[in-house]
Design a protein around this ligand. Structure first.
Ligand code: SAH
Ligand code: F3S
Length: 492
């Protein structure tokens, strides 16, 4: 068999997966493989999967189905499943999809080049997942040995297609120790481990040198970041201060925070450190203490609300985002009403709302009945989203007339669509001097406005003139000029 040379990486799921794919892509490129944007011309297709809800797994299976038919025409195609699904159930995947050649869990991604060599040598399927034992007994060794070699390759990091060079992710933590009863993440990504702050800062510097303006620190419970070096503990607030000193970085965010044990220090960091954005993603999951208990979330609704009050008291401009699960085991209408009340009290900028999906192996799946009918889950989901939409529409109206700083990310979706329509009619597309651009505020509001494309990659001031629940419309505000340099290539 000829050595395969080109690969296509399909990424599903969360920001952590986007980052993992970026690392895998960089690693494969530095091993001599070439990334292609078209599945049909790829020798290798890797699907980076998500296990957090059943729907995500179904999506991966449907992609594997498509790959099966491609492979029937091109038997040399190598198909790999990487990420959380591969870790959760490698045998189950092989039983349903016997054309899969490679299965690799999220903690072994650095094994992929060697695994591909094995497949090329005719051994298939090749499986690498972390064993229960290695996860429980030796988490530190795993992270140091296996994953640091991958991190070395951060130097070859380039954004995936569709991702911007302006906004980059940096992992500060792996895994999670929280074991919320509904969640598969501690099983697929292993125990919580915080990365060395020196490496994190180094990575931020490299990314800034390559044009990054905004760095988002990623962790499952990012506020519990903690690293001991020579007897000194570095917490998230200290880490933020260190990244705040990295020149070129203009904005810093961190996601996702866990409401238990949340230190006010982080609010003070938002006030004191100019680059740390006034934005907090802090999932509540439910507004009912009974449900929170069954979810094993170790805070109460009252302490969560109190935390949100302190957030607004200390950081008046703060924008809040939350996650909610509706239809969790035993959730009755009264519990749901409490969730609605919580959403109304907190006035989030936005929420992510999910219908409970039992995950094999989790405590909830083993010990609690998934007893809320699908139709009820669906109704609660759309009801909660409707409530949030009204709140967001109202809150966004209050932004009208205000001047805000935006990081200009590129052309708006409408502008891109118009361009594509022109192209499909065979017209040559030259951008008009003033076209619709899109950017984000420090609080993560999406803002569209007309402006010259030279603004892309810059921090500028705009004045909000109208608003919907999802988008602010603005005009450039000549009175405010932020930032200094423009990135020359915002998109790849
Ligand atoms: N701390 C992590 C949580 C990962 S899962 C982070 O946000 O980065 C992301 C969200 O998916 C959770 O906050 C939760 O709202 C939702 N979720 C997790 N497991 C779920 C399940 N079994 N069913 C439905 N939603 C789930
Ligand atoms: Fe999942 Fe809870 Fe951790 S939602 S990622 S177990 S904080």
């Amino acid at each position: 068999m000829l050595t395969p040379k080109t690969f296509y990486l399909d990424t599903m799921g969360c920001q952590m997966n986007v980052l993992d794919s970026e690392l895998v892509s960089g690693m494969l490129c530095s091993c001599g493989y070439e990334a292609v944007r078209d599945i049909q011309s790829a020798d290798i297709v890797l699907v980076n999967t998500c296990s957090v809800r059943d729907h995500a797994e179904e999506k991966a299976y449907s992609r594997l189905g498509q790959l099966k038919s491609i492979k029937s025409r091109r038997p040399r195609l190598i198909v790999g499943v990487i990420g959380c699904m591969a870790q959760r159930d490698p045998k189950g995947i092989l039983a349903k999809a016997d054309h899969v050649d490679l299965l690799c869990g999220p903690s072994q991604l650095d094994h992929i080049p060697a695994m591909l060599d094995e497949v090329a040598a005719g051994r298939s399927p090749v499986i690498s997942v972390s064993s229960e034992q290695s996860r429980l007994l030796d988490p530190a060794r795993r992270s140091l040995e296996a994953l640091d070699s991958l991190e070395e390759l951060d130097r070859s990091r380039i954004p995936l297609p569709g991702q911007s060079v302006l906004q980059r992710y940096v992992r500060v933590q792996r895994g999670c120790d929280q074991f919320c009863t509904f969640c598969v993440v501690p099983f697929t990504r292993g125990p919580e481990r915080s990365r060395d702050p020196r490496r994190i800062v180094e990575e931020a510097k490299i990314l800034a040198d390559r044009g990054a303006k905004e760095i988002t620190l990623l962790g499952q419970t990012v506020n519990s970041y903690s690293y001991l070096e020579m007897g000194r503990r570095t917490g998230l607030a200290d880490l933020l201060a260190r990244i705040n000193d990295v020149s070129g970085v203009e904005r810093i965010r961190f996601v996702t925070s866990y409401p238990g044990d949340f230190s006010d220090n982080l609010f003070y960091a938002m006030c004191d450190l100019p680059k740390v954005c006034e934005y907090l993603h802090i999932p509540a999951q439910s507004g009912s203490n009974e449900v929170l208990k069954r979810m094993r979330r170790d805070y109460s609704v009252e302490s969560y609300i109190d935390l949100m009050h302190r957030a607004r008291e200390i950081v008046p401009e703060i924008q809040l985002a939350g996650d909610f699960i509706v239809g969790f085991c035993g959730e009755i209408e009264d519990d749901f009403e409490r969730t609605v009340a919580l959403v109304e009290t907190v006035r989030y900028k936005n929420i992510f709302c999910f219908k409970y999906s039992p995950r094999p192996g989790t405590a909830a799946d083993r010990h609690q009945a998934d007893d809320v009918p699908t139709a009820v889950k669906r109704r609660r989901n759309s009801q909660l989203l409707k409530v949030q939409e009204q709140i967001a529409a109202r809150e966004n109206q209050r932004m009208i007339g205000r001047s805000v700083e935006v990081l200009v990310e590129g052309y708006s979706k409408a502008a891109v669509k118009a361009q594509q329509a022109e192209q499909s009619r065979g017209h040559e597309v030259g951008w008009r001097r003033s076209d619709q651009l899109v950017g984000r505020t420090r609080g993560d509001h999406i803002v569209v406005f007309n402006g010259d494309r030279s603004l892309i990659g810059r921090l500028i001031g705009v004045r909000v003139v109208s608003a919907t629940a999802l988008t602010l419309h603005a005009v450039p505000d000549a009175a405010i000029e932020h930032g200094t340099t423009a990135a020359s290539t915002p998109q790849r």
